[in-house]
Design a protein around this ligand. Structure first.
Ligand code: HEM
Length: 441
């Protein structure tokens, strides 16, 4: 088979990597305009050869492919130093399938219903503390809230001190500068400055997690507990799988804690910004929140994730030479389903740049066009959880306050923090107490 990479820029790989890391919202649409629907980039250390796809039929082909031909775990290797080798995000084939079977029950519909009350209680405490006389930096507040939520969901009732010690360390762990990233590529740097601090922080997190795992294994009430850690300590027997070891548990816990909070916080901050920016839609969202109707709030979140995808793409590494989207690609190529480009295609979405939650209520969204959570056997395990959390939090915010843009109301733009797309200015808003209007009889 003769390989043929799709067209792409001839700039040095370092320039492409820098633009891909820092300016992908500009780079990807520009490359698509210049080279067409499928194009190739060189973006080490993420991928030496990356081929970017966004057409629905190509996305379908990639997500439906045999997971032994397309390795997502290998495609996500850049996250290895943080998440750990056993992480659900980083494993493939049998190891991935087993971990997924063991983790899944903690995120199924019944489990989610069980977490909702906790989320609502924590959101209420957070939102009641907001000050109407000053600006709220929504992104900061949502980060604090979603971290508290995921820690409580993962650990259940624990010593407050463990959570207080973990929270700042987890925040430090995800605040990855390009300098720290360099240390992952050159491990000998580990002994110096920022890289040594990164490792030290990581071992403090590990000690806290291993202590929590050991204490939980001994807990007399383990069988009655519904938090994720307690569930994970008990799974395996019914599926015939070997139970998770401590090292595996550590990696899955870090993965859930990190993947499970910044992403949802970003989606919530963008939604609050969009609703403050569209008072008419905010009125509709308020009416839905007041009437306990989740559908509109969920549509608002979904439209936010379309217009401001939190994660720009998913990655799969080819384990053998194969044809994808008509291109003969060699083993080792990383195929990239571009969430960002798929959501901007005018053949996928009319009024592409308009914020219109109703498109999710009118069956306007075609298959393989809305991809914020990726797809196939690797679809985000927390998708249902984050939509449940998002609607519960929005409900608490909207029933208390009217959301307004600050007087200097400059439009928000995105920036990539770690790997998530967040509002550059933090989605600052001002708030006014909501005058409760009784729902029409
Ligand atoms: C708005 C919120 C979120 C977004 C946008 C998001 C996005 C994603 C994306 C794009 C992937 C990759 C899927 C693929 O490769 O096809 C993913 C995977 C994953 N996410 Fe999320 N996520 C969110 C929330 C969460 C939450 C709340 C959790 C956990 C509680 C979570 C845990 C995971 C895990 C464990 C994986 C790996 C799944 C696998 O490889 O089998 N995510 N997520």
């Amino acid at each position: 088979m003769r390989f043929r990479y799709p067209p792409g820029p001839r700039w040095p790989a370092a320039v492409q990597s820098f633009l891909f890391q820092r300016h992908r919202a500009w780079l990807l649409p520009a490359m698509r305009r210049r080279y067409g629907d499928v194009f190739a980039l060189r973006v080490p250390p993420y991928a030496d050869n990356l081929v970017v796809f966004s057409r629905p039929e190509h996305i379908k082909e990639i997500f439906a492919a045999d997971p032994s031909d397309l390795h997502a775990g290998e495609g996500n290797q850049i996250l290895g130093p943080v998440m750990g080798e056993h992480s659900l995000l980083l494993t493939d084939e049998d190891e991935h399938a087993r971990a997924r079977r063991l983790l899944m029950p903690a995120f199924n519909g019944a489990s989610l219903r069980g977490y909702r009350e906790l989320v609502t209680d924590l959101a209420r405490v957070e939102v009641d503390g907001w000050d109407t006389s000053t600006e709220v930096i929504t992104l900061e507040r949502m980060n604090a809230l979603t971290l508290e939520v995921i820690m409580r969901v993962v650990f259940g009732v624990t010593d407050r001190r463990t959570r207080d010690q973990l929270a700042p360390r987890l925040n430090r762990m995800v605040d990855i500068s390009p300098i720290v990233l360099l240390g992952w590529v050159i491990p000998s740097l580990d002994r110096f400055g920022p890289w040594r601090r990164f490792r030290a922080n990581q071992s403090q997190i590990d000690s806290l997690l291993y202590a929590e795992i050991a204490a939980r294994r001994r807990a007399a009430d383990l069988a009655e507990r519904t938090d994720v850690l307690s569930r994970l300590l008990q799974v395996g027997s019914e599926t015939g799988d070997a139970p998770l070891t401590d090292a595996e548990l550590r990696d899955q816990l870090v993965t859930l804690l990190l993947a499970g909070h910044e992403t949802t916080a970003a989606a919530l901050a963008w939604t609050v910004y969009e609703l403050a920016n569209h008072p008419g839609l905010q009125d509709q969202a308020y009416a839905a929140a007041r009437d306990n109707d989740d559908k509109y709030l969920e549509a608002a979140l979904k439209e936010t994730m379309r217009l401001h995808p939190v994660i720009a793409s998913t990655a799969r590494k080819l384990t053998r030479d194969q044809v994808i989207g008509g291109w003969h690609l060699p083993a080792g190529t990383v195929v990239n389903t571009s969430i960002l480009l798929a959501h901007q295609r005018s053949d996928n979405y009319v009024d592409t740049w308009a914020y219109r939650p109703d498109r999710f209520l009118n069956n306007e969204v075609g298959p393989n066009t809305w991809l914020p959570f990726g797809g196939g056997v690797r679809r985000c395990i927390g998708a249902g959880f984050s939509l449940m959390e998002g609607t519960a939090v929005l409900r608490e915010i909207l029933t208390r306050y009217t959301l307004l843009l600050p007087a200097d109301g400059k439009p928000e733009r995105g920036r990539v923090r770690n790997i998530t797309n967040v509002p550059r200015r933090g989605a600052r808003i001002t708030i006014a107490p909501r005058l409760r209007v009784a729902s029409p009889m």
